[in-house]
Design a protein around this ligand. Structure first.
Ligand code: NDP
Length: 256
């Protein structure tokens, strides 16, 4: 029941495209307020325009407050200064969607550049943890909140050429499970969504901008869309308060 999302403050990392942007649009349609984080300001501006239109078209009463913040989740100083850039009335976050993440390259162990190893861990793991730590103090003080972590099939099933990315997503899975168990005596919810292949810029980033190589990944199957995963995220957030969707593993029908 998406009426539970009206007036809720939802913070999404990696909101400038793909799954994050699609999720922002669905929360806007459901009447939520949004704090949208990413590094690219132009892309974030376009998402703010899109959520503004989506909210107007939905004619839902409530919500409609949107703020975009340029922020690199891997930069601890930027994370620590987040609240300086968010209006006071939006600082009580109800739902955190930890979505920022990427994979760079398919190199085998021994051939992976240190910078690639570090940047994947810095964003996918340390960035996710930094933002969660920042919000958790407030969630615990208010005894409310919902953390939704975007994991991956790569956090369940390692593949050759994906050692670092798979390690980061296994780390997300472990963090999610520990956090959920730490909060078991509180009303705070913790969810991990684990998508299979989703057609976004993700594959283009993996192949370092080579669009032809990126699209070959989807040969022989119909990938999920960003909206498919956004629907699962919003659905998990809209469950009644006593229901915690611990994990949700979502695949394209032809992905084994
Ligand atoms: P996209 O590349 O389309 O989007 C990634 C988003 O993350 C962008 O908005 C990007 O914005 C943001 N981002 C990346 N690094 C940082 C950073 N350091 N700080 C802040 N924002 C950052 O990919 P998807 O939408 O597909 O990916 C979203 C999540 O889904 C990721 O965690 C990914 O691992 C996961 N996933 C994706 C799958 C797929 O097949 N697409 C499958 C399984 C999981 P900007 O560049 O502006 O910072």
């Amino acid at each position: 029941n998406s009426s539970r999302l009206v007036g809720k403050n939802v913070l999404i990392t990696g909101a400038s495209g793909g799954i994050g942007a699609a999720t922002a649009i669905l929360f806007a349609k459901a009447g939520s307020n949004l704090i949208l984080l990413a590094r690219r300001t132009d892309a974030l501006k376009a998402v703010v325009d899109a959520v503004t239109s989506a909210h107007q078209e939905s004619q839902v009463q409530g919500g409609g407050k949107f703020v975009a913040v340029q922020l690199d989740v891997s930069d601890k100083a930027q994370v620590a200064a987040l609240w300086d850039k968010v209006p006071k009335e939006l600082r009580n976050i109800d739902v955190l969607v930890n979505n920022a993440g990427f994979v760079l390259g398919m190199e085998r162990v021994g051939d992976i550049a240190d910078a690639d190893i570090e940047s994947m861990f810095a964003t996918n793991v340390l960035g996710l943890i930094s933002i969660t730590q920042l919000l958790m103090r407030d969630f615990k003080a208010r005894r409310s909140g919902h953390v939704i972590n975007i994991g991956s099939i790569a956090g369940r099933e390692p593949y050759a050429g994906g050692s670092i990315y798979c390690a980061t997503k296994h780390a997300v899975n472990a963090f999610n499970g520990s956090l959920m168990r730490e909060l078991v005596d509180t009303p705070i919810r913790v969810t991990e969504i684990q998508p299979g292949m989703v057609e976004t810029e993700f594959s283009v980033v993996r192949f370092r901008g080579d669009k032809a190589a990126a699209s070959k990944v989807y040969d022989g199957l119909q990938p999920l869309t960003a909206e498919d995963i956004a629907e699962e995220i919003v659905w998990a957030a809209a469950r009644p308060p006593h229901v915690n969707i611990a994990e949700l593993f979502v695949l394209p029908v032809n992905q084994a």
